[in-house]
Design a protein around this ligand. Structure first.
Ligand code: 3PG
Length: 252
């Protein structure tokens, strides 16, 4: 079960991090993710109604739903009871990791220092959430960690965007990327599920075009080529950018 979920996440390549204040929107959000071809989410336990959101989204038959920001065993138990198929934690907690392993539930703990990655490795964790990725140095740090921990897989999260997704996913130790760029708070608040579906579709299009499992150490996206992106906050800009990002990154 746990390995099956890990493989599914790797196949998808991305895990949206959901922060939803109003659980009555959960079904619409689930439908938007599914429609956008991104049938997975980490529902963070950061809002009072997060468990209701998780439960509602987990009801969708096509979605793989996990719980995020899980700090302890009690929260993990509640999340699993609500339908979570994997658990994400912002840090390394031995008792939480052991509990999830006993339940045969995939746990992806947060880690970003060698000590934390070593702790996770020694507990038998196959993949850590490299969080907060951007603030802790991004790709150069991931590559440095791969030296002593060649078998550890990473889910970089925090500051990842549509533009930087290809660079991360092309790097073999990266299992998947995580983030909120396709489920932005303002779109959720405005109930723009059409935009969310389009952002998910743009993300999946980029991932399909990304050659995965290669060493990207000498490749960086040519940001200058991404004309038009960022000038317009509407999703048509993101769709257009899908093509130019691919060209910028792969067309060398
Ligand atoms: C998380 O919740 O895991 C991160 O806050 C997501 O980070 P992002 O909003 O920068 O994508």
């Amino acid at each position: 079960m746990s390995l099956e979920v890990l493989n599914r996440i790797e196949t998808l390549g991305v895990v949206p991090a959901i922060v939803l204040g109003d659980s009555s929107l959960a079904a619409d959000l689930a439908a938007a993710l599914y429609e956008g071809g991104l049938p997975c989410a980490e529902v963070t336990l950061r809002t009072p109604s997060a468990l209701e959101t998780l439960q509602e989204m987990a009801r969708h038959p096509g979605l793989l739903i996990g719980a995020g920001t899980v700090m302890n065993i009690a929260q993990a138990q509640q999340a699993i009871a609500a339908g979570a198929k994997f658990i994400v934690s912002p840090g390394v907690d031995e008792s939480l990791i052991r509990f999830c392993m006993e339940q045969n539930i995939l746990i992806i703990p947060g880690a970003c220092t060698p000590t934390e990655v070593m702790l996770a490795t020694n507990l038998g964790v196959p993949c850590i959430k490299f969080f907060p990725c951007d603030a802790f140095g991004g790709m150069p740090v991931l590559k440095a960690l791969n030296g002593p921990f060649p078998n550890m897989r990473f889910m970089p999260t925090g500051g990842i965007s549509l533009e930087t997704t290809p660079e991360f996913l092309a790097y073999k130790p990266v299992l998947a990327v995580g983030g909120t760029w396709m489920v932005k708070r303002e779109w959720l608040e405005a109930e723009r599920f059409d935009i969310i579906a389009e952002a998910c579709a743009a993300t999946m299009a980029i991932i399909k075009q990304t050659k995965r499992g290669v060493d990207t150490s000498n490749r960086v996206p040519k940001l200058g080529k991404m004309s038009g992106f960022g000038k317009d906050s509407g999703l048509s800009a993101i769709s257009k950018a899908t093509v130019s990002i691919h060209e910028a990154f792969m067309g060398e």
